[in-house]
Write a protein that binds this ligand. Structure first.
Ligand SMILES: Nc1ncnc2c1ncn2[C@@H]1O[C@H](COP(=O)(O)OP(=O)(O)OP(=O)(O)O)[C@@H](O)[C@H]1O
Ligand SMILES: [Mg+2]
Length: 294
């Protein structure tokens, strides 16, 4: 049933064309992107960042989505949201001045302000419009201010996401196990290839994470099996279960790890953080699609 989606030549070709990564320096800046809406990008940004901070990593979340959900979910108040990513992108504020500490030790966020909604259009007329974020992050990276930067992208492949992919060393793709889940993946990976050729040669796909997994749902299991079959170890071993505590937490301005650290969602995000850190050290094993390449 899912075969026709997973077997899409576009998707497979896009992945096959991607050279096997391993970067020589551990990646630091990760974009969480998938132009499909509601797949768990923001939830993963919030909770993965929290889990990474909980094990001592110094983490910055850059909220690049005008919806501002990552900022809200990390408990950023309206008062703290006077300047944010919009002001950084248009050059009105340095990143450091827009960044606020969260209640979680080691975890900071550059929040989204309402102005960000107009940024896609305004950026078009700015010089070096695709490089605004990478340039804004330069000082923080040079000063080694953060071990990891996670960029939460909006559900589109517009200029905001392009800025994230130019600033990123690596892309992580949250994917919900449902019919059509893979439809947009070909588009995303082709965008990555174009970006790599034109704007950011170091960009690679660090992993696909399966989100909102319901193991009682046969279709979800079938999609999982298709995705793992095609993309092999690029898919994180950890899956994030559908868990009501995860969806309740943002309305309290809390990551689920603070809201209920024993629930299945919290446990999964801790495991995912561990897996990400191990991969970061070791690099990713080549995909099956690369194995047969001459
Ligand atoms: N593991 C989970 N269990 C239950 N609900 C979840 C889980 N992950 C995410 N959700 C819920 O699913 C919805 C979409 O998640 P989220 O906002 O993270 O997706 P998104 O990809 O960032 O969306 P958008 O494309 O609009 O930015 C939210 O209501 C969120 O609370
Ligand atoms: Mg989001």
């Amino acid at each position: 049933m899912t075969g026709d989606v997973a077997d899409s030549p576009d998707v497979v070709a896009a992945f096959a064309a991607e050279p096997a990564p391993p970067p020589t320096v551990p990646p630091r800046v990760y974009a969480l992107a998938n132009q499909k809406g509601g797949v768990g990008k923001t939830t993963t940004a919030i909770n993965l960042a929290t889990a990474l901070a909980a094990v001592g990593q110094r983490v910055l979340v850059v909220d690049l989505d005008p919806q501002g959900n990552a900022s809200t979910g990390l408990g950023v108040t309206a008062e703290q949201r006077k300047i944010g990513t919009y002001e950084v992108l248009v050059g009105e504020s340095p990143l450091a001045a827009a960044t606020v500490a969260t209640r979680i030790p080691h975890l900071s966020v550059c929040p989204a302000t309402v102005n960000l909604a107009g940024a896609e259009l305004e950026l078009i007329d700015l010089e070096r419009r695709e490089f605004r974020l990478v340039e804004a992050l330069k000082d923080a990276v040079a000063a080694n201010s953060y071990d990891l930067v996670l960029i939460d992208c909006p559900p589109s492949l517009g200029l905001l996401t392009v800025n994230a992919l130019v600033a990123a060393d690596a892309l992580m793709v949250p994917l919900q196990c449902e019919f059509f889940a893979l439809e947009g993946l070909g588009h995303l990976t082709r965008t990555v290839e174009r970006l790599r050729r034109a704007l950011n040669p170091k960009l690679f796909i660090a992993g696909i994470m399966l989100t909102m997994m319901d193991r009682r749902n046969n279709l979800a299991l079938q999609v999982e099996s298709d995705v793992r079959g095609h993309f092999g170890d690029v898919v994180f071993g950890t899956t994030i279960p559908r868990n009501v505590r995860v969806s309740e937490a943002p309305s309290h301005g809390l990551p689920v790890l603070l809201y209920d650290n024993a629930c299945a969602g919290s446990q999964a995000y801790m495991l995912l953080a561990g897996e990400m850190l191990r991969r970061r050290k070791l690099g990713i094993p080549p995909r099956p699609t690369d194995a047969g390449a001459p």
